[in-house]
Ligand binder design. Structure first.
Ligand SMILES: Nc1nc2c(ncn2[C@@H]2O[C@H](COP(=O)(O)OP(=O)(O)OP(=O)(O)O)[C@@H](O)[C@H]2O)c(=O)[nH]1
Ligand SMILES: [Mg+2]
Length: 449
């Protein structure tokens, strides 16, 4: 797709830096650069050129490197010139203003990527990945975004979409047959349609399930340390953070207010919350009572609970709080250093905040919980709500198709659902045109042979 105007913008963040880059993209990018720069040799594809930056009077104000990427082999698919000057806002502004006076237009936010998309250099998931990559707060998020930028998500969706398209083509052709236009195809039997629908739905559902892990990687989780007073919650809190953040004393009821800190577990941001011990005794003071109310709030909002017990205290925890049953929980028996031998308990993880024993297991258990439900972390995952909604909408339409097929409704109705499912996937990676469907029908059935 051809864009008539040439856009310009400063591509590096605002402020001063060692280097600042101005980007020009569009049909006039080379012409404008030639007038703007003092090039000894002409710009060539992917070659860096030394240049001076001159002010209005022709006085040198900076030295820079200009690199050209010629259409169609550039990020935007258009002629693209990157001018790397020193990162001085005045110099960069001057370059932009010169480019504007030579016929360029100021780029809108995201317009370089928009052009890349329009030129077919990126699909929607890849364009989103650029945004995610820049916004990434942890290496894990950057990895996922980079994978998506490489087209991993599109590649994962492509075969599913292909199967759906194939089924649509078969049914469309079958209907033509029913109306007597074709004589070399059969209408598809219900069982075969059911099999085909399963083959589409199963991998799509797996893809939808990756959203949870993807969103965990982006936003992290809330992890609350909960238990009776003096169990060692604050000590474990400090251990996990790797610093003495929370006050630890031998007196039960030390922690009054909830404390929240973030640490990174394999690149995933964990919001760790230390809470006041859930004291069920009636003889507590006002501050402790208020603290316990906050503990319950933290409990209700947490994605995962670390339920800490003093291993030397065998009072059951079951009656501690009804809320506990509603949250995913990792049970911990702390202070195992005080026991002669650690009794093996299948549903409790032995730790010692004092010696650090069991802490690695605890970190693995948290990670295992985060990954549960996602088959493999190497596969492309859905990264944002928009993508998740698209896949979910497709699954809803497919479920309707399954029902329609089961009820042996006319194929016209089935096709409505299948097209809805396809449209939903199209919003993810790009549009399937009627041409795509037609050519598949033609290739499969040799219509008009
Ligand atoms: N021997 C031993 N002592 C521990 C361990 N973990 C904590 N303690 C001690 O137990 C006492 C209570 O620890 P805290 O971390 O303050 O316990 P808490 O659960 O935060 O207590 P509250 O804030 O009162 O609810 C302190 O004297 C700690 O030094 C452990 O693994 N082994
Ligand atoms: Mg405490």
């Amino acid at each position: 797709m051809y864009q008539p105007d040439t856009i310009v913008a400063i591509s590096t963040p605002p402020g001063r830096g060692g280097i600042g880059i101005v980007r020009l993209s569009g049909p006039q990018a080379l012409t404008i650069s030639r007038q703007l720069l003092t090039l000894a040799t002409p710009l060539e594809h992917t070659r860096a050129r030394f240049t001076k930056i001159l002010d209005e009077d022709g006085t040198t104000i900076d030295e820079a490197i200009a690199t050209a990427f010629l259409a169609p082999n550039s990020y935007t698919g258009e002629h693209l010139v990157e001018i790397a000057a020193h990162g001085s806002p005045v110099v960069l502004d001057h370059i932009v203003h010169r480019a504007l006076s030579l016929g360029a237009r100021l780029a809108e936010p995201g317009e370089f990527s928009r052009r890349a998309f329009l030129a077919g250099r990126l699909d929607l998931t890849q364009a989103e990945a650029i945004h995610d990559l820049i916004a990434a707060q942890t290496l894990a998020q950057a990895r996922t975004a980079a994978q998506q930028l490489g087209g991993a998500l599109s590649r994962r969706i492509a075969p599913i979409k292909q199967q759906l398209l194939h089924l649509i083509a078969m049914l469309e052709a079958g209907m033509d047959f029913a109306t007597g236009e074709l004589d070399d195809v059969d209408t598809m039997p219900t069982e075969r349609i059911a099999t085909a629908l399963t083959a589409i739905t199963t991998p799509l559902q797996q893809l939808a399930d990756t959203f949870r892990y993807g969103s965990i990687q982006r936003n992290g989780i809330r992890l609350a340390l909960v238990g009776r007073p003096n169990a060692g919650k604050s000590s474990l809190f400090n251990r996990l953070l790797d610093r003495d953040r929370a006050i630890v004393t031998a007196t039960p009821g030390t922690t009054r207010d909830t404390i929240e800190e973030i640490f990174s577990l394999n690149g995933i941001p964990i919001h760790l919350i230390d809470t006041a011990g859930l004291n069920t005794a009636p003889t507590i003071d006002e501050a402790e009572a208020l603290g316990i109310t906050r503990s319950r709030e933290a409990l209700a909002e947490a994605d995962l609970i670390l339920l800490v017990r003093d291993a030397t205290d065998n009072t059951p925890l079951a009656d501690l709080d009804p809320l506990l049953h509603t949250r995913p929980t990792i049970r911990i028996a702390n202070k195992v250093d005080l026991l002669a031998a650690t009794p093996p308990s299948p549903d409790e993880l032995p730790t010692s905040a004092l010696t650090g024993a069991g802490l690695d297991h605890l970190r693995s258990a948290i990670l295992a919980h985060l990954r549960s439900g996602s088959a493999s972390t190497d596969e492309a995952a859905l990264n944002n709500r928009r993508q998740h909604q698209a896949v979910t909408a497709s699954l809803v339409a497919l479920a309707a198709a399954v029902t329609a097929n089961h009820a042996q409704l006319p194929h016209e109705l089935l096709l409505l659902d299948l097209h809805a499912a396809l449209n939903a996937l199209d919003t993810l990676t790009g549009t399937t045109t009627t041409d795509d469907i037609l050519s598949l029908i033609f290739s499969t059935f040799c219509i008009g042979k």
